[in-house]
Design a protein around this ligand. Structure first.
Ligand code: NAD
Length: 364
C-alpha cells in the first residue's frame, strides 16, 4: 500500500511541456489529413471514435472483409459507400484523393502486407504495434514506404500521452539523478479463442502484444538502445491458450551507459507499471501505458510527490494529429518505422535468449 499521507501533490506541472512535445506546429491552410482505417476490430472502433477530438485528421475511408461493419461504421462516421473497401479491392484506394493515410489495425501478421500495398497505392502509412512479426518484414515495410516517397509511423500511442512524456523528460534530464535501473511490467489475463493466441497471426504471445510496452517504455525512458538481452520464458503448455504462443517472458536489458532494465510480459496476470530509479530517487507511473487513468509519483530528497496534469487532448487524438502534421509540414514522425524495427530486433533477441538459455549481444 502507498503511504499517501506523506506525499505531496503537484498539479499541472509539465502539462504544457508534455503536450507541446506532441506536435505544436499549425497545419497550413487548415486542411485535414484523410485516414482510411484497415481492419474494423475492437481497437479500430476506439480509434474511429477519436477523430472527433482531432484538429488535423479526419476519417475518410474504411476497409473490411465484413459488409455489415462497413455499412454500420460508414453510417456512424459519415463515410460514403464510395469510400468503403473490401480487402480484395483495397488497392483501388490509390484513386481516392480523400485518403492520405492508410492506418493498418489488423492482426500482426497482416501488417507488412497491407503497409506495402498501401505504400504502393501512394498512401502514407500508420501501422499498429507490433510493427510486424519479424525484423525482416519491418525492413521490407520501411523500404516500400521509402521507395514510394511516403511516410511510415507506428502506433506507439504512449509517446503522445502526457504523463509518459513528462516521465521521459524528467528521466532523461536527470531529475532523480542519472538513471540506474528501470523496471517495467505489462500483462493481462488473455481470453481464449482469439487470433492473439495463434502464432500464425500474432507472431508470438504476450511479448508481441503487451510485453512490447515494457520494452518500448524502457527504450523511450532511457533514450538508449539495449546492447545485451537475457530472458526466461515460463509457459504452461497444458493451458489450451498457450499451445502455440508464450505466456510469461521476463527479460533483462543492459544499456550502453550502464543502465539495466528488468521487464515482465505476461498473458496470465495483470501488470501496467514502470519505475525509473536514479541515483537520487525514482519516477513511477501506474497505470503506465493504459488508455487513461495514469498516476505519477516522483520521489526525491526523501519526499514523494504526486504529479497531476490536465491535458487538453487524449493520446489517441494526439497520435492521429501528429502524423497529420508530419504530412502537412513534411516532417519526420516521432515514432517512424525504424522505432518498430528497433523493438522487433530486441524482441527477436529476447526470444532467442529464452530459447537458447544464454545472454544475447545486440550490435548497432
Ligand atoms: P481485433 O481482433 O479486435 O480486430 C482485428 C480485425 O482484423 C477484425 O476486425 C478482423 O475481422 C480483422 N481481420 C482481417 N483479417 C483477419 C484474419 N485473417 N484473421 C483475423 N482477423 C482478421 O484485434 P485488435 O485488438 O483490434 O488488434 C488489431 C491490431 O491493433 C493488433 O496489431 C494489435 O496489436 C493492435 N492494438 C493496438 C492497441 C494500442 O493500444 N496501440 C490496442 C489494441 C490493439
Amino acid at each position: 500500500m502507498r503511504d499517501t499521507s506523506r506525499r505531496t501533490v503537484i498539479t499541472g506541472l509539465g502539462a504544457g511541456l508534455a503536450m507541446a512535445a506532441g506536435g505544436a506546429c499549425a497545419a497550413p491552410g487548415g486542411r485535414r489529413i484523410g485516414y482510411a482505417i484497415v481492419g474494423l476490430g475492437r481497437y479500430a472502433e476506439l480509434i474511429m471514435s477519436k477523430f472527433a477530438e482531432c484538429d488535423h485528421a479526419r476519417l475518410t475511408a474504411l476497409v473490411s472483409g465484413t459488409p455489415e461493419k462497413l455499412a454500420r461504421f460508414g453510417e456512424t462516421y459519415g463515410v460514403p459507400a464510395s469510400h468503403r473497401y473490401s480487402y480484395a479491392d483495397f488497392d483501388t484506394i490509390r484513386d481516392n484523393p480523400d485518403v492520405d493515410v492508410v492506418y493498418v489495425i489488423l492482426p500482426n501478421a497482416l501488417h507488412a502486407e497491407y503497409t506495402v500495398r498501401a505504400a504502393r497505392a501512394g498512401k502514407h502509412v500508420m501501422c499498429e504495434k507490433p510493427m510486424a512479426v519479424s525484423s525482416s518484414d519491418c525492413r521490407t515495410m520501411i523500404e516500400a514506404c521509402q521507395a514510394a516517397g511516403r511516410k511510415l509511423m507506428i502506433g506507439y500511442r504512449s509517446r503522445f500521452e502526457p504523463y509518459n512524456r513528462l516521465a521521459i523528460d524528467l528521466a532523461r534530464k536527470g531529475f532523480v539523478g542519472p538513471t540506474r535501473i528501470v523496471t517495467s511490467d505489462h500483462g493481462f489475463n488473455a481470453q481464449p479463442n482469439q487470433w492473439r493466441l495463434d502464432r500464425a497471426l500474432s507472431g508470438g504471445g504476450s511479448l508481441m502484444d503487451i510485453g512490447i510496452y515494457s520494452l518500448n517504455a524502457v527504450r523511450y525512458l532511457t533514450g538508449e538502445q539495449p546492447v545485451e538481452v537475457s530472458a526466461v520464458e515460463s509457459t504452461d503448455r497444458n493451458d489450451p491458450r498457450f499451445r502455440t504462443v508464450e505466456d510469461r517472458i521476463t527479460f533483462l536489458l543492459r544499456f550502453p551507459s550502464g543502465i539495466e532494465a528488468t521487464c515482465v510480459s505476461s498473458y496470465s496476470s495483470g501488470h501496467n507499471i514502470y519505475r525509473v530509479t536514479g541515483t537520487k530517487g525514482w519516477i513511477e507511473l501506474e497505470p503506465a501505458t493504459a488508455y487513461e487513468g495514469q498516476r505519477m509519483f516522483v520521489h526525491r530528497d526523501g519526499r514523494t510527490e504526486e504529479r497531476r496534469l490536465t491535458p487538453s487532448k487524449g493520446q489517441h487524438a494526439g497520435q492521429l494529429d501528429h502524423f497529420a502534421e508530419c504530412i502537412l509540414n513534411d516532417t519526420r514522425p516521432l515514432v517512424p518505422g525504424e522505432e518498430g524495427l528497433a523493438d522487433l530486433r530486441v524482441i527477436e533477441a529476447i526470444y532467442r535468449s529464452a530459447r537458447e538459455g544464454r545472454r544475447i549481444t545486440l550490435t548497432a
